[in-house]
Write a protein that binds this ligand. Structure first.
Ligand code: HEM
Ligand code: HEM
Length: 164
């Protein structure tokens, strides 16, 4: 049987939908931060403060659910193998980056849920501190890697995650 050369349409749609939601929560956590600030100072958040925080929480829970669906698809239908024109070391780095991204987009919502719904302050600290920083670093590496693969090594990675 020939090796799979592209991601399925559902895998591609899920990749870009989850990427957009992750960027939304990383760039606009203000509603959640405002709620946290009020709770920390012992004040009672208004219904609109709670609604602002809930948008962040629900987007994060959507990321968690979509990532679980994505992983189920990944294990049931697999992913394309090593792209053409690419050194094995770069392929290994790319795959390790993907594993880290999956781990981080599971750890982010889980730690957020522990902080928001269970009041776990340590979880809130790692959520908004180390895990957030690591996620930013790995995303930058991931995007830079995709462009290096596309423009320098002229492999088909960007194509197989976009138009297929
Ligand atoms: C991938 C999903 C998520 C991302 C990318 C994300 C991102 C962020 C960011 C950037 C902050 C602000 C940190 C700062 O600069 O101080 C934050 C704070 C927070 N988020 Fe999330 N979040 C996600 C999911 C969730 C979920 C699902 C919940 C709860 C149901 C949640 C609850 C919180 C809480 C409680 C804080 C305040 C933490 C603290 O300061 O103690 N987050 N999040
Ligand atoms: C502009 C932003 C982005 C670009 C250009 C991009 C590009 C790509 C490309 C080209 C692939 C396919 C790699 C291959 O075939 O070997 C891929 C896979 C992947 N991307 Fe992104 N990506 C972006 C944002 C994100 C974000 C924000 C996340 C999550 C935080 C993410 C998570 C992943 C994961 C987990 C895979 C592996 C898919 C699998 O094989 O199961 N990406 N990305």
């Amino acid at each position: 049987m020939p090796a799979k050369r592209r991601y399925s349409v559902s895998q591609r749609l899920l990749h870009w939908l989850v990427a957009a939601l992750v960027f939304f929560n990383l760039l606009y956590p203000d509603g959640m931060n405002a709620w946290k600030h009020l709770v920390r100072r012992g004040q009672t958040p208004s219904p609109s403060d709670i609604a602002g925080a809930n948008i962040h929480a629900y987007v994060g829970i959507a990321i968690l659910s979509l990532t679980l669906i994505r992983l189920a698809l990944r294990f049931s239908t697999s992913a394309p193998g090593k792209p053409n024109n690419q050194p094995p070391l770069l392929h290994f780095v790319a795959q390790s980056t993907h594993v880290m991204l999956y781990a981080l987009i599971l750890a982010m919502p889980l730690s957020g849920i522990a902080a928001y719904y269970l009041g776990a302050d340590t979880a809130g600290f790692v959520h908004g501190g180390p895990i957030k920083m690591l996620l930013w670093i790995v995303i930058v590496l991931h995007i830079a890697g995709a462009f290096v693969q596309h423009f320098y090594f002229r492999s088909d990675v960007l194509r197989r995650m976009t138009i297929g």
